[in-house]
Design a protein around this ligand. Structure first.
Ligand SMILES: C[S@@+](CC[C@H](N)C(=O)[O-])C[C@H]1O[C@@H](n2cnc3c(N)ncnc32)[C@H](O)[C@@H]1O
Length: 389
């Protein structure tokens, strides 16, 4: 992290931390009566939140491992104590005033981005990326009041190209909070939920690509079963795939969930029998694992020496990939070299890989955090060697 004590440029930034947190609070608590931090909206706060929170924008998302991920991407152990009653953006005691270029590759509703912004100096840049058009609407509203924010509507798998198009070749910190957001699940019309009815869509980027319904129309039983097994670890994949393919149409998520429920021979207490199948179809249709692999590989050339990587994942398929990526690039030897007569020395692109889980208090406040892992690492000074693979 590079920290400067320069006075932030307040020209096109939120007038106060209260303004930033009003947007944040609106994003994280509206329609969420169980949220613990209900916004105490003042007249001016309300104006901001009203402006950016119509309809679909009002679905809530509680950012997971918030302090931990933001501290990691800034390369510090912990953040200065945040106080609600002070103007954090202008109060250097509460802000690291870090300079440099940072990327939040999964903006969502901007929980991590907003905390990160509160720690950045006026000359810093925050590039925010998301596939989801609704997330991008919220991000653009934030960019309209904070000139440090730059918005990219694309997959983080296009990280290098997207940044190069902005003239950025390297960054100081890179974070991603993988998977779906609560707003995506809570909005039944997006098709992610087996509890709320909607079109069988499940695309994060609704402006391109094939929906799950379109894919189910033409996929064969065996391919479908393989997807359910590979991406949902669903042991009854064949039986479920056959039942899905016997459906006459795919127009309702509740109907699809019901068919899976009936076909599933082994219900577990407290878990809907369609959980793993829905997860599998979502991961497949959004190419989630391929995008994560690509993002991780691009982090090597994109991060400056000393730059920080912080990635949060919510299931073992992703966490395993991140773990193996960091092991591979921090140990100087690759597991696949094990059987070679002479094991070549591989570049050590990362150091200090760490894994951090949520506290008990966070899990109690936000049960969605219980399966989250944050993995962090520091980019070493070793120059990127694209040929060494
Ligand atoms: C868990 S949410 C992030 C929440 C965010 N950290 C916050 O505090 O509001 C994940 C977000 O990543 C986005 N996403 C998932 N895969 C993506 C990809 N390959 N490229 C860009 N965005 C992606 C989703 O659309 C979703 O908005």
């Amino acid at each position: 992290m590079s920290a400067s004590k320069s006075k932030p440029n307040s020209k096109a930034r939120p007038s106060s931390a209260a303004e930033l947190s009003a947007i944040s609070a609106a994003a994280s608590t509206m329609d969420n009566p169980s949220a613990t931090t209900a916004p105490e909206a003042t007249v001016s706060d309300k104006t901001v939140s009203d402006k950016i929170m119509p309809d679909k924008l009002s679905f809530a998302h509680d950012a997971v491992l918030l302090q931990e991920a933001v501290a990691a991407v800034l390369g510090v152990k912990s953040l200065p104590l945040q106080r609600d009653d002070t103007d954090a953006a202008d109060n250097e005691e509460n802000s690291l005033q870090a300079s440099g270029i940072y990327v939040d590759a999964t903006f969502g509703r901007g929980g991590h981005s907003r905390l990160l912004l509160s720690q950045l100096a006026g000359d810093a840049k925050l590039i925010v990326i998301d596939k989801d058009p609704t997330a991008i609407t919220v991000a653009r509203e934030l960019a309209s009041i904070d000139n440090r924010v730059h918005v990219i509507h694309d997959s983080f798998a296009s990280l290098t190209d997207s940044l190069a198009a902005m003239g950025i070749m390297q960054v100081d910190g890179l974070m991603a909070d993988l998977g779906v957001s609560s707003p995506q699940i809570d909005d039944g019309s997006r098709g992610f939920s087996f509890m709320r009815d909607g079109a069988v869509d499940m695309r994060m980027d609704t402006t391109r690509g094939q929906s799950v319904a379109e894919w189910l129309e033409q996929v064969d039983d065996e391919t479908l079963a393989n997807v359910l097994y590979d991406f949902g670890e669903e042991r009854h994949s064949r039986r479920i795939a056959r039942a899905i393919k016997e459906m006459s149409s795919y127009t309702s998520t509740l109907e699809l969930a019901e068919v899976i429920k009936v076909a599933h021979p082994n219900w577990q207490r407290g878990k809907h029998p369609a959980t793993q199948s829905f997860q599998a179809m979502r991961i497949f249709i959004n190419n989630e694992l391929g995008d994560v692999d690509s993002f991780l590989e691009q982090s090597i050339p994109i991060l400056k020496a000393g730059g920080q990587l912080a990635v949060i994942s919510f299931h073992s398929l992703e966490d395993r990939r991140i773990k193996q990526f960091l092991q591979r690039h921090s140990k100087g030897q690759y597991p696949e070299d094990e059987n070679l007569p002479i094991r070549p020395d591989r570049p050590r692109y990362f150091s200090k890989p760490k894994r951090i889980g949520p506290s008990k208090a966070e899990v109690a406040n936000n049960p969605r955090s219980r399966s989250a892992w944050l993995r962090t690492a520091t980019r070493t000074e070793v120059a990127y060697q694209p040929d060494v693979e």
